[in-house]
Structure formats: C-alpha cells, structure tokens
Design a protein around this ligand. Structure first.
Ligand code: GDP
Ligand code: MN
Length: 397
C-alpha cells in the first residue's frame, strides 16, 4: 500500500524525522487558509503547492509550483486541483488530482546554498538485510544517476536484529560531504528515518530530495512510502490512510470479493486456481504469442458463484478478447468446476461476449470435458496446457 506524500511526511514526523511542513487542502479556499496558517507558524510568505497523487516526477509534469503570495496560492491551487497530471511515472492520460499539499518554502537564501540529496530505505532481498541507499545527486531521477554515475550512489546495509549503529549514521553524513551542524543533523535524520521504516513495517521509503537548508537543517522535502500489506493488520491507523481513488478500480472491487486480481495490459483474460499455475498460465499465453490481460487466482473454491464473480471482474476490462480458464483439480474435482462454469455462463447470458477456453486437468478431467462439450455453450475445452494456449491464440489472433 502506498501513501500520499503528505501522509508519508506525517508518519516520518511522528518518529522525529524533520520534514518540510505542510497542510493538505481539497480546494483553493482551504489552500489559502493553509498558507496563512503556515505563515503564522513558520514566518515564510512563500509556499509550494504540490499535487497529491501516487506518482513521482510531479515537478516535471507541472504538479509542483512555487507561490510567492496568497493570490498565487489561490491561482495555482485552482490550476492543479482537478487537473490530469501526466508525469514520467503515469500513463498518458495521467492521474486526476483531488488534493494538494501546501508546504512552506524551504529553499530560502542564507549562509550557504540549499543542497538536495537522495535517500531511500529498503530491503535487500539477496542479503536479507535492510539497506539505506543514498546519494549527493538528489532532486533528480535516481535511475539516471544509477546508470550514468553509479559511483555516486552509496549503500549502507543494516542488520535487522541489531538496528542502525551510530557509526553507520556518521558514515552516511560523512559520505554526503557534511560537517558541523549539518553533519549532526544528518546522523539524527538517518537514525530516525531508519527507525520509522522498521516500526511502520514499510517496504520502501524514498526521500528525494532530502534537503540541507541554507541554515544547515536536514529535512525531508518529498516522501514516497510503501507499507507492507501483510503487516497492515498491526497498523490499523496506517491502514485507514488507504486512498482508493489512487488504485485500479477493478483491483479494488476484486479485493472486496476476496479475489486475488492484478490488472495487466494484454487481451487474454485468465482465471486460474493457485498463484503458481496463474504465473505458468501467463507464461504460456505469452509463449503462444498472446498477452495476458490480468493475473487472477480464484483460490480453492471454484463453485458457480465464484466463477461468475471472476468472469464479471475479468469482463470489466474492455481489452479482454477471450478468457482462458485453467484449473487444476486436486482437492476440487474438475466436474464440479465444469458444472460451475456452465451454471455461471447460463446465469450470465449476454454478459459473456467473448469466447471462453476451458482447460481442466486432474480429478475427473474427462467427465468435466464431456460436461463442457455437451453444454451447447460457446465454450471450448482442452485437457493439455498447450492445446488450450493454441485455442486462445486462434481466437485472439
Ligand atoms: P516530485 O517531482 O514528484 O519528485 O516532487 P518533489 O516533492 O520532489 O518536488 C519536486 C521539486 O520541487 C524538488 O526537487 C524541488 O526542486 C522543488 N521544491 C520542493 N519544495 C520546494 C520549496 O520549498 N521551494 C522551492 N523553491 N522548490 C521546492
Ligand atoms: Mn521527489
């Protein structure tokens, strides 16, 4: 589960990480009130207006703008709220902006120039340790830095059983070229950032940029926070931060009915039992020259009601040109599943407007095939995996 920038910053702040202060606003009126309040608290008259959508690269797409007075706050908030923000990380249609973060301007002039760094905390799966990745090259696309100047990216691995040690935090500050107040600030920043990552069961924190202000404060100016869905039961307060408007509507609906569904770009809808078989099915479709439209694991019970729900979810995707049902009858008997498919099909009538290819293998596979073939419905059956993929390819071309 991903958080919005403003939610991520509040989470960081609750663990003592210094952040660029801000207030979220749903409309221009709230934006102006927020700016006034921030001016009272921080003294700044300048504010940045930042689109709150689950995508990075907002600055490049016109979703982050500086306002030098309240009139500009109002104008810019009106511009950004309601716009379809297109960034290098969104689709061509972009993402609709429902709210903006009004943040204090922290790039004010002073004794030194503000400097931007990059920092993320994540799991290194090959070593089984947490890792802090950081760079002096903040504010820009970290993928480009990794490609062109990989020596400017540092990593610090942390043993999860021990936690971050003081020398490690100092090493980060040192490698970023800091000294004096900024050095001390950075060691505190890194330590509290790491603690926040562990305590919130996150799987990714990405802070780009981390800013050194002209008066040597270190703070998070942006935040990308991904929480581990499997640990959300331990964080009821964080689970409530989910913003369903940011998620794929078909996936949200599938989740509500207990189906494990992931939307993809292709045109062959898949209905499979078991995640492993679902992956293998997608591979086979690709090998036969097709593209899967989704990943869908219907789980152990493939009765008529569940099959019907799965069909309805798959058919919500307008790209679907055929559906491949691939079920292995181990505990569940194939003839039961076949009957479920026939019943669901009859019940849905015209709602099914694409060919269906069914491959049932395992207990009573022969009876199942017979049941499908004699049903008189537009359903093709197969027992072998390859045969099913070829039949799918024949209908989608
Ligand atoms: P992203 O483009 O989605 O990664 O959004 P960021 O939150 O990283 O903001 C993009 C850019 O806006 C930053 O790299 C900064 O250069 C700029 N920015 C953010 N906050 C401020 C601010 O307080 N003042 C000024 N002048 N620029 C800011
Ligand atoms: Mn950023």
């Amino acid at each position: 589960m991903n958080l919005h920038e403003y939610q991520g910053k509040e989470l960081l702040s609750s663990f003592g990480v210094r952040i660029q202060r801000g207030i979220v606003a749903q409309n221009a009126g709230e934006a102006v009130d927020a700016a006034k309040k921030l001016t009272e608290e921080t003294g700044t008259g300048w504010h940045v207006i930042k689109a709150q959508v689950h995508a990075g690269g907002r600055g490049k797409g016109g979703g982050v703008k500086l306002a030098k007075n309240l009139d500009e706050v109002k104008t810019i908030a009106n511009q950004i709220i309601g716009m379809n923000l297109v960034t290098p990380q969104t689709s061509a249609e972009g993402k609709k902006v429902h709210q903006v973060l009004i943040a204090e301007d922290v790039y004010y002039p002073g004794d030194s120039e503000p400097e931007e760094y990059y920092m993320s905390v994540l799991l290194n799966r090959s070593t089984g340790r947490n890792m802090i990745m950081y760079s002096t090259e903040g504010g820009m696309d970290i993928e480009t830095v990794a490609e062109e100047t990989p020596h400017l990216i540092f990593t610090e691995e942390i043993d999860p059983a021990i936690g971050i040690l003081p020398f490690q935090a100092r090493k980060v500050a040192f490698n970023l070229g800091l000294s004096g107040t900024a050095f001390k600030e950075m060691t505190r920043f890194v330590t509290s950032l790491y603690t926040a990552y562990v305590k919130s069961d996150a799987s990714l924190f990405e802070i780009n940029p981390v800013l050194k202000t002209s008066d040597d404060k270190i703070m998070a100016v942006d935040s990308k926070v991904t929480l581990d869905d499997n640990a959300l039961y331990r964080h009821k307060d964080l689970a409530e931060l989910r913003d369903l408007r940011e998620e794929n509507p078909i996936e949200v609906e599938a989740k509500e009915v207990g189906l494990n569904y992931v939307d993809l770009d292709g045109n062959v809808g898949c209905m499979v039992n078991g995640a492993g078989l679902a992956m293998a099915t997608m591979d086979l479709i690709k090998q036969a020259g097709g593209e899967p439209a989704n990943f869908l694991d219907v789980g152990g019970t493939a009765d008529a009601a569940r099959v019907e729900t799965a069909f309805r979810i798959i058919l919500k995707d307008p790209n679907v040109k055929a559906i491949l049902v691939n079920i292995f009858g181990g505990i569940v008997r194939c003839d039961r599943v076949a009957q479920g498919i026939v019943d669901a099909y009859k019940n849905m009538g015209d709602a099914i407007n694409v060919p269906i290819i069914v491959r049932l293998q395992g207990t009573n596979a022969d009876i199942a095939k017979e049941l499908i073939d004699s049903s008189g419905l537009d359903v093709q059956s197969a027992i072998e995996f390859q045969e099913a993929a070829d039949k799918v390819q024949a209908v989608v071309g």
